[in-house]
Design a protein around this ligand. Structure first.
Ligand SMILES: [Cu+2]
Length: 479
């Protein structure tokens, strides 16, 4: 008999909310979970942060010693005991990892949420290293910072290199459910009405009138929980080497990371290595990560590392202080608005370890659709509900997903449980980046390929939190 240790949710209340689709939770293969290293304890907590001089109650995912999230190593097992210490159900998704499907942390798909006071255990091998993160997939908790870094060290870490994690978040004093209600009531409806547009946008319109960005107006943008009024200042060495791990943990906001005078070497996206790209400005969509290697100049200077909201002047960031350097106040708006994110970098990225070339066994066309006036977001005009059947694929197949954005908003599309490779943009084939979240900008067509090597029921969705909640979500299933 297999042991039943895949995901043990320890409260009866939680067990009552099992997902119907694939039945009860199953087990890990025999022999797994035999590691003798103790599980890392992670606790879902409430905490108070101060934003713009005002206190705000938000969430945290922390170890008992206060460490946010997890730093571990490739080759080790991901052994975690997750305790829900908040007063509402929750479940955490290990974004970018490839666990057995029952441990993927999507309520109603992978398993039930953990009831208040309950806990769950996770145990699976870490197949690859890189910059990942974890976040709640329950309701709108992610907006209240129920998220943390998940860093897996591997051979890319150079000796003597200083590692800096930069977590980006959008922040509002308005509760997330009120934000969502506001979007449904008036948000995009007004914008669309004023543009005299129909509720069924077409490709040509999306291109002709320009994108529709930032449908939530945030009170602040955070870099490691702080704004530029009081940014985190990190000591670095003149001539020192830094590996900057940028995580866009925002609910709705895409940015350009701006290194100012510094030139960085982008070496990985979403944890997966790419051929290096040198630059001082890199786009990062919601849920994506960038690994950027920096070499600091010899002069003692303070180097701001900023993230500028797309299509907007607002920014956030941290300061790298090399030696004894004067630190001047950085305004939270730039002089000129940042452009919308494009697919230019995506076109240029080349995977360091691409998928083996192979013809697709199956292609799914996924039209990204929406009714902006009613704030309903959908895939192939179907807004997710529990009766939507999973898309079929079969074990061992090479699957290609053709995503066609028929809306005026950009959608960062995320596949759970598998890494994919970007293989085509607007009909042009190329061996692009391996990653787990790709931005599909308005009117564009992006194709990704993946190998169906992790059977189960898997989520695929737009990572903009309110689009996801409004229905731009579907599933794949195979055994
Ligand atoms: Cu979306």
């Amino acid at each position: 008999m297999l042991s039943r240790r895949a995901l043990l949710v320890s409260t009866p209340a939680a067990a009552a909310v099992r997902p119907a689709t694939l039945g009860a939770q199953t087990s890990l293969p025999p022999g797994s979970g035999e590691s003798t290293s103790p599980a890392t304890i992670l606790q879902l907590q409430r905490r108070t942060i101060e934003v713009n001089g005002k206190p705000s109650s938000v969430f945290a995912i922390r170890q008992p010693d206060g460490t946010s999230g997890i730093i571990t190593e490739v080759g080790k097992r991901f052994r975690v005991h997750l305790e829900n210490n908040i007063d509402q159900p929750s479940l955490i998704h290990w974004h970018g990892l490839t666990p057995p499907w029952q441990q993927d942390g999507v309520p109603g798909i992978s398993g039930p949420p953990i009831a208040p006071g309950g806990s769950a255990d996770y145990d699976f091998p870490l197949r690859f290293g890189g910059t990942f993160w974890m976040h709640s997939h329950q309701g709108l908790q992610e907006q209240s910072l129920m998220l943390a870094p998940l860093i897996i060290h591997d051979g890319r870490d150079r000796p003597g290199e200083q590692e800096i994690v930069l977590m980006l978040n959008d922040f509002s004093f308005t509760p997330a459910d009120e934000i969502f209600a506001g979007l449904k009531k008036s948000g995009n409806g007004l914008k669309m009405a004023s543009a005299a547009a129909s509720a069924a946008p077409i490709l040509g319109m999306a291109r002709a009138k320009g994108p529709d960005l930032n449908d939530v107006k945030y009170d602040a943008f955070l870099a490691n929980d702080r704004t530029l009024a009081d940014p985190e200042v990190i000591k670095v060495e003149p001539r020192g080497h830094v590996l900057l791990r940028v995580i866009n943990g925002s609910s709705m906001s895409n940015y350009h990371v701006d290194l100012g005078q510094l030139k960085g070497e982008l070496i990985a996206v979403d944890g997966f290595r790419t051929a290096p790209v040198i630059g001082s400005r890199f786009p990062i969509a919601v849920a994506q990560r960038l690994d950027i290697r920096l070499t600091l100049p010899r002069e003692p200077v303070a180097h701001p590392v900023l993230a500028v909201l797309e299509g907007d002047r607002r920014q956030t960031g941290i300061v790298l202080a090399a030696g004894v350097a004067a630190i001047t106040r950085i305004p939270d708006t730039t002089g000129t608005a940042s452009p919308a994110l494009t697919l230019d970098l995506e076109h240029r990225l080349r995977a360091a370890e691409p998928l083996k070339p192979r013809k697709a066994d199956r292609v799914h066309t996924l039209n990204l659709t929406g009714d902006m006036a009613r704030y309903i977001w959908s895939i192939n005009n179907v807004a997710w509900n529990k009766d939507v059947p999973p898309l079929p694929i079969a074990k061992g197949e090479r699957v290609e997903l053709m995503m066609i954005n028929q809306t005026k908003m950009p959608h960062p599309m995320h596949l759970h449980g598998h890494e994919f490779q970007v293989v085509e943009i607007d009909g042009r084939r190329f061996p692009g980046a391996v990653r787990d979240t790709v931005l599909v900008t308005p009117g564009r067509r992006v194709m990704v390929a993946f190998d169906a090597n992790n059977p189960g029921l898997w989520a695929f969705h737009c990572h903009l939190l309110y689009h996801l909640d409004a229905g731009m979500f579907t599933t794949f299933r195979y055994v």
